[in-house]
Design a binder for this molecule. Sequence first.
Ligand code: ZN
Length: 168
Amino acid sequence: MTIHEFINRSEESFGDKRYSPGQRAAIEAKCWHFTERELNAIYSDLLETCKTLPLVAHIYASARSMNMLERKEFKPHRWQPSDCGLCRGEGRLGIIWRLTFEERPTGVCEIQELTELFQYTKSLQVALKPNHYRSIFRCRCLAGEADTIPKAWPKWSNDSNARREVWL
Ligand SMILES: [Zn+2]
């Protein structure tokens, strides 16, 4: 399974809790390098060992128990500057979202609004304000297809929503 499937299946299988956007972003950022086969094994292990919605620490403890962390070699992402107005050639985007909550007659609604979109390395230099979080995307340009960028990262497109509403 992909990291997104892992997150969704975990939400279905571990009680009635859901991940916050920050927890989701943390899992995406820390766990994208596991292969689909590894994520299957981790998921299966966590079903047996973890009593709560698994967070990064649980996932890493499971991966470590199966010796998955030893042989990870670091593959640096190299890129050439380009005229892409979004990623400038890096292929990776960091997007900063602002979270607000609204009481509606039908319940509480979480609203995620895009506040800034940068090339990823630039986004890391931004100190996050309270209620803001960062998530990673592949750019829609050719640089986003580089093989040093995980295909599991969502791809930013013209149709991507800059404002999302999630019912809690
Ligand atoms: Zn680009």
